[in-house]
Structures are given as structure tokens and as C-alpha cells.
Design a protein around this ligand. Sequence first.
Ligand code: NI
Length: 249
Amino acid sequence: MFVDTHCHFEKQYYDDFENVINNAKESGVNLLIACGCSKSANTEAIDVANTHENIFATIGYHPDQAFIVTDEELIKLEKQLSNKKVVGIGEIGLDYHYDGFDKSKQFELFEKQLQLAEKYNLPVVIHSRDAVQDTIDILKKYHVKGVIHSFSGSYEVAKIYLDMGFKLGINGVVTFKNCNLKDTLIKLSPTDIVLETDSPYMTPHPYRGEKNESKNIVIIAKFLTNLFNISMEELAEITRKNVSNIFDI
Ligand code: NI
């Protein structure tokens, strides 16, 4: 049994959630964590988790919301954390990829949510793009653990995050032909990672260009079994344990 630790269940992406959930089940992906990133996405993630036994939710405000999020919305987020199906805060973090970002605004939003994670002892799902050093520096100020979502960095950076108690979220990016992530992972262990699709994004090779779904966890898993030279059953068991190590599921 596999877990998709990071998928986006939003109506704007999928006409039929049940279809996506059934396809996942049929592929052996039995547990899903719906990830929120905005006000509406957080509500949708909670809704799908509330109505499906095998789905949990993480909620939070993505750095691209840094200009938008109000104090009231953060108060609402804090209230939503008491929902039993909410198992973490995310995705939250820093993103310097696109022009027009404001570092200080992103720091403020990120740290307010890290404070909530500490207060409620919840794991965090970290989005960090082109912002490795600032992400590490800020995370070091807090006693939190969690997942580094869509990890694609070097071995040295991986070690820093692992030493801080994080697992690395590995998705379809690892299967891309031009991706060096496998060179990092080969030096690590399956105990260091959790699997995620980041669906509808990050569709694994050879389906790039199509809409991603949780069922494609098995494509990522197959790739990793070759890399780590272990069986699908072993990878499923190890990564399932890693999920329990982070999330109270
Ligand atoms: Ni995501």
C-alpha cells in the first residue's frame, strides 16, 4: 500500500474526485493527503478529507499568497487546525522563482505558520523554490518536523534537512530525463523519503504533459525501486513508516 503525501484536490483541476480516488485505490495508493495552499484550496482539502476515510489534509498558505492573506484568515486557519482530519500545516515556505516577490512578506507569513505548527505540535509541508538558505535559516528557529515538498536539491542540502528531522518529498520530477535528483537519492536511503505526486502537476515520465493523478505514485515508486534496488513491497512498507514518523495517521 502506497501513500500519496501531497496532492491537490481542487474542483478547478478535476471534474470527478471519486474517479481520481478510485483510480488510486485500484493502483494500490490507498492513503492520500490533500494539500491546501490558499483559502479556497484549504477548504476544499478539508472537505474531501471529511468525506473520505482514507484522505487526510494539510492546510496552509503558500508563499504566493503573501500579499493576500489577512490576519482574519490566519485566525480561521488556526481554527481549521482543530479538525481531526487535518494532520499538518502546508504547503508553506518561500518562493523566489517569479519576479515581484517580497522576501519580508514571505518571511512573515511563513513564520506565523511555523509558530502555529509549534503551538499545536503539527508537522509542516515545506515549499522552497530558489530559497534554500533562507528556508534552512528560518526552519532552524523552530522546533518542527515535516516534509520538504518536491525536494530536488543536492546531497549536502538533503543531509541538512534530514538532520533537522525532515523527510524528503519525492515526486515525478525524479523520473525526468534531465533531472539529477537520482544522483542525490542514490547516496541516501529509502528511509529518508516520502512519496508524493503534487498532482495535478509534476506528471512523471513518460506521461509528461498529461494531468497528474495519485495513481501515478506507482510510476514514481517503480523508478525508485530500480534506483534503491528493493521491491515494491519493501518500498511501500518503508515509505509508509516514514509517513507515520511525520504525520499522526
Ligand atoms: Ni503542491
